[in-house]
Design a protein around this ligand. Structure first.
Ligand code: PHE
Length: 533
């Protein structure tokens, strides 16, 4: 049952794909992925990240697109109407609310980092010549601590986003992505070639593709799933909203796989563009953390041939990627307000964008040594608090409930009709959203909430968990066999079991050693360096 409304539609499958890939490809790919991979020890992190993208993220992506397409409304409206049509509680619309509100919070700080990018884009044009670690670090600190610059760039970035969203799906979103996305791909390819020629490519290949499980701590595994979700734009209503502008002729599954593949490819290519440059210089480290692109890269650009050109291209790339994601973060709440009829799209975009701008000021001034940088709420600075609330709580919870909803609360035959996959593919998908996704997200969520206590608990019962998971997999394989007389269920057992073992093994890897290390530090009275654990 489709709920039909007069609301906007993509003009073609191609523009939809560009917009969805534009949403997915963002700061998450170019800024976060390389530094998290760098901290997580390279290859092992990349491997587990890709496993999460395809086994957990893509099935949820399919779910969100199909919910949006079926509901033809904002995430709130779509969840409400579909739950109603399926005879389920109207409480399910909370999943939609979580997305709309979460996206609003995320855009408020995403825009601040977008603003930094804008600032660096202009700095890069002037070149970073003579930058060493001290100067570059100082430059970044003084940029984010400046009373005016972060605010101004945040305002400009938000204004661009509002301008695009206010113009609507076809005149705004589509127009923006059809010019920006091709530019993004071209710049990225140029940068990878440049890095290949001028940088240390072989060290990079080693780093990104030879798995080293030593550095893959539980914290990093959790980050990998969080990043997979964030990078695919899941659980914030963006993909569901974009799905609502689809018409039924479009194959959701194929689109989702294309989006995931493009998103991962861009993440890997960003790694291939950044690390050769980092490795080309002695003293620059891949595990720099969030400062990687803003502190480490400028040093390299300052010393490399044609650094001004390629530095400018790089920050231009980051800016474009950030803008096409930001519009998808503003879109869910604008779609919702427009749908209630309270405001026109234009006014909704201006009002909501203005609100997010104001909320973002807290983020901007909580960085560096700005005047809010000492404010702590629940132990977080104001940026960290919003990040934690959305990334670690709202997104896993909404993602889990999205999977549970399509897996257990929407009739199997409605999903089958909606997705138009082969029966075999459908079974794989169904299994992943019913079991693998909720369980994996639950693990990660508990890990985020309870940290080492949870991992240590896992460590002591990991055999037990392995057995329970295996039993679940066998039971559902058997069920599928009884119901459909097909061995596909057994295939799933083969697919899921190794994954479960890998997950548990990695999630618990080294926890004991780290606990001992922490004890040792405590005994010596040394400060705890949390990243080591
Ligand atoms: N996927 C975007 C990125 O990688 C961020 C984003 C998350 C956008 C959720 C929309 C919704 O930067």
């Amino acid at each position: 049952m489709a709920v039909s409304t007069g609301h906007a539609h993509w003009s073609s499958r191609w523009t939809f794909l560009l917009a969805a890939v534009g949403s997915a490809v963002g700061l998450g790919n170019i800024w976060k992925f390389p530094y998290e991979a760098g901290q997580g020890g390279g290859g092992a992190f990349v491997l587990i990240y890709l496993a999460f993208v395809f086994l957990i993220g893509t099935p949820v992506l399919i779910a969100e697109l199909s919910l949006g397409r079926r509901g033809q409304l904002s995430p709130v409206g779509s969840m409400r109407e579909i739950a109603k049509a399926e005879g389920r509680s109207s409480w399910w619309q909370l999943v939609g609310w979580s997305g709309v509100i979460g996206a609003f919070i995320v855009i408020s700080f995403y825009s601040v980092i977008g603003g930094w990018t804008l600032g660096y884009f202009f700095q890069a044009m002037g070149g970073f010549s003579g930058y060493d670690a001290a100067i570059s670090g100082e430059n970044f600190q003084s940029f984010i601590s400046d009373p005016l610059l972060p605010l101004l760039t945040h305002a400009v970035f938000m204004a661009i986003t509002v301008f695009i969203v206010a113009r609507g799906v076809q005149k705004g979103l589509e127009k923006a992505v059809t010019t920006l996305m091709p530019a993004l791909f071209v710049i990225l390819v140029i940068l990878v070639i440049y890095a290949g020629v001028a940088g240390n490519f072989s060290a990079t290949i080693d780093f990104l593709f030879s798995p080293n499980f030593e550095n893959l701590t539980p914290r990093r595994v959790v980050e990998a799933l969080g990043l997979a979700f964030f990078s695919l734009s899941l659980a914030l209503g963006s993909i569901m909203t974009y799905g609502s502008y689809l018409d039924r002729s479009i194959n959701v599954t194929r689109s989702a796989i294309t989006i995931s593949a493009a998103d991962s490819a861009v993440a890997l290519m960003s790694g291939l563009a950044i690390f050769p440059i980092v490795f080309a210089f002695e003293g620059l480290a891949a595990n720099q953390g969030p400062g990687l692109v803003f502190v480490t890269l400028p040093i390299a650009f300052g010393q490399m041939p044609l650094g001004v050109v390629f530095g400018t291209l790089f920050f231009g790339l980051l800016l474009v990627a950030a803008i096409t994601s930001a519009i998808s973060l503003l879109e869910p709440s604008v779609a919702y307000v427009e749908e209630t009829g309270a405001l026109s799209r234009r006014n909704a975009a201006i009002l909501i964008g203005g609100g997010a701008f104001l909320l973002g000021i807290l983020t901007a001034y909580s960085q560096g040594d700005s005047f809010l940088s000492d404010v702590r709420l629940f132990g977080f600075d104001l940026f960290g608090l919003k990040d934690y609330l959305t990334n670690n709580i709202m997104m896993p919870v909404a993602g889990m409930f999205t999977a549970l909803f399509v897996g257990w609360f929407v009739a199997r035959k409605s999903m089958l009709a909606e997705l138009a996959m082969s029966v075999r593919a459908f079974r794989i998908w169904y299994f992943l959203v019913r079991f693998a996704a909720p369980v994996a997200i639950l693990f990660v969520f508990l890990g985020l909430l309870f940290g080492d206590d949870f991992y240590n608990l896992l460590y002591s019962v990991d055999v037990l968990i392995g057995i329970v998971w295996f039993a679940l997999a066998i039971a559902s394989g058997r069920l599928a066999y009884i119901r459909d007389r097909s061995p596909a269920g057994w295939f799933l057992v083969g697919l899921v079991f190794p994954f479960a073992v890998l997950f548990v093994a990695v999630a618990t890897h080294g926890t004991i050693e780290r606990a001992q290390l922490r004890e040792a530090h405590k005994a010596l009275g040394e400060p705890e360096d949390r990243d080591e654990y």
